[in-house]
Ligand binder design. Structure first.
Ligand SMILES: [Zn+2]
Length: 248
């Protein structure tokens, strides 16, 4: 399986169900190849290269025959999408707002963009929309949380070492003894005041690496409503997720 295709015609977008999994792919025709070939790359997704002159139906037969390879290799780029359940009724939270999701299949690359209160996901690679959504959230988190960390650290007169966005399973954020800050990307689903509280909490650890009364007094000085924000986070943690397939 080579890495790069040499398409001589515009790729044809199609979809096939393999072992109950809907897989998006594109077909290109090439006069340089004698044999059918499969390629997978992050930007282009699954591509079937057919020798020029072959019927497009050959791709379906070929994919069916190579379904184990296809499913195994697509999975390396993230969970394979069982597309049946995605009906655009998915709701996501972003900065405390509720977003609807619209899944499209257009163009050549996977994209995600916010249009008003709608997150428009364009999936052409065969990846699960969830993967594209998580990428978008991580990018937003890198910017939004970092902006707040920079602003609040100036106000509090503290210096941190490194800043990371991570996908922690059980925590929202952490501060190491070396002053390295890590924040969970899912934080951007919470309202801004909640993010501010978490940021202030971690920055306060740069002065007090404990949860002593002195630590909480420091948090309260910069976030008077910390108890309310902390409660919100505790009560809503389970809702700050990217929903899986709705109808599975
Ligand atoms: Zn803490």
């Amino acid at each position: 399986m080579s890495q790069r295709s040499h398409p001589e015609t515009a790729p044809v977008q199609a979809e096939i169900t393999l072992d109950g999994v809907a897989v998006a792919y594109s077909v290109t025709f090439s006069s340089r190849t004698k044999y059918l070939r499969l390629e997978i790359a992050p930007g282009t997704g699954l591509v079937v290269v057919l020798p020029k002159g072959r019927e497009q139906d050959a791709a379906v037969e070929f994919l069916t025959r190579r379904k184990d390879w296809v499913l195994r290799n697509l999975a390396r780029y993230g969970p394979v999408h069982v597309q049946k359940g995605w009906d655009n009724s998915t709701r996501l939270r972003y900065l405390g707002r509720e977003l609807t999701v619209e899944v499209r299949r257009q163009g050549k690359v996977d994209t995600a963009r916010l249009v008003g209160n709608k997150l428009v996901i364009n999936v052409v690679s065969g990846l699960h929309p969830e993967v594209i959504i998580e990428k978008w959230f991580r990018l937003r988190a890198s910017k939004l949380v970092l902006d707040r960390v920079q602003a609040q650290s100036k106000k509090m007169g503290v210096k941190y070492n490194n800043f990371h966005i991570r996908a922690q399973k059980t925590r929202w954020a952490s501060c190491s003894a070396k002053g390295n800050l890590s924040f969970n990307w899912k934080l951007v689903m919470a309202p801004g005041e909640v993010i501010d509280y978490v940021v202030i909490h971690e920055l306060a650890h740069l002065k007090e690496l404990n949860h002593s009364p002195r630590f909480w007094a420091l948090v309260a000085a910069y976030c008077p409503s910390w108890q309310k924000q902390r409660k919100w986070l505790r009560e809503n943690a389970r809702r700050l997720i990217v929903p899986r397939n709705q109808k599975q």
